[in-house]
Ligand binder design. Sequence first.
Ligand SMILES: [Fe+2]
Length: 386
Amino acid sequence: MLDRRVVGEVPEKPHLRAKSAAGEPLYEECLTRAGFEGAFSILYRLHRPHEAEPSALTGAFAAPELVAARQPLRRHYRCPALPVLSTSAEARTPLLVNRDLSLGFLRPSAPDRAYFVNADGDELFFVHEGEGLLRSAFGDLSYRAGDYLGVPKGVLHRFVPAPGTPQSLLWFEFSGVLGVPPHYRNPVGQLRMDAPYTHRDFRTPTEVAPLDEGIRALTVKRRGAWHGYALRHSPLDAVGWDGAVYPFVLPIRSFSPRVGQVHLPPPVHATFAAPGALVCSFVPRPLDFHPRANPVPFPHSSVDVDEVLFYANDAFSSRRGVGAGSLSHHPAGIPHGPHPGAYETEPTETWTRELAVMLDCTLPLDATRAALGVEDPDYHASFRAT
Ligand SMILES: [Fe+2]
């Protein structure tokens, strides 16, 4: 994802014979992307990492049940109306899907009972409510409301929500590799000084030590199906790791927004990119400062992308009828813009406190039956001026 990091004990060079402090052999697990051409990490484990046998399935979320393609209309889904489900593995609820990605929402209530490996794609969460730990072989990583949480494809993990804390998370699964937009990097791979966030804004596991939670169940998602395995040892047995593939947190409020004389288009808020997808962060910021600037988004027909907006608070001034936890989907093919009144009214504010996550994607999104269950049927018509 970003820079190379080293945590715990690692030998002086990869692929050497290495031993633990107790004199037992250490086993490498090389987690590699793009075959052996992309980013990689090497974990050093106390046990052979490739010992798992087929077993009963423990925890799996419902496969998306897509509805037939519908007339392009502006859509609004109320995510907080989705049910609270047991563990994160069961609670991931796909709402909108295309070939490049799935996006959904989850409201877990309990720690995962099994470790989970998503072998279908990189996952990105936006923590809307709650806090907890992402536990993985790379070490523990804490998360809280307002954090992006990235879990690379193939990273074994489980969610441990803080007890008694309502949890809700926006969720993306990308078929391609998720990363920072390439133009934020300089030629040696550092984040440029004019990028909207810095290396220091990312949190990653800082400690790793063998841990046996007594859990031996593993769930693997591959090709849209779920498979159960029984592990022979605790998979949290790494004494160290080294590489550029690891779970990470980026707090959305660490994003430094761009402001212009007149309204700037959404890509200035780009935060993450994946093939066919751009994730943007709208954070509190001063409004456009030309004396005659219209500080609301200009009506537009962005004819090559579907646009999804998740509202993390209730301060999106150009829209009404949406609130914290709302998800809007504006499909390519029909124009969209501010609600009636927002564009026409003389601006009085000089600052916006909006907090939102936006997705632009190049392939059309189809809704799932779960999405229809929380759809606001009046949303499209709400843009009609009276
Ligand atoms: Fe838009």
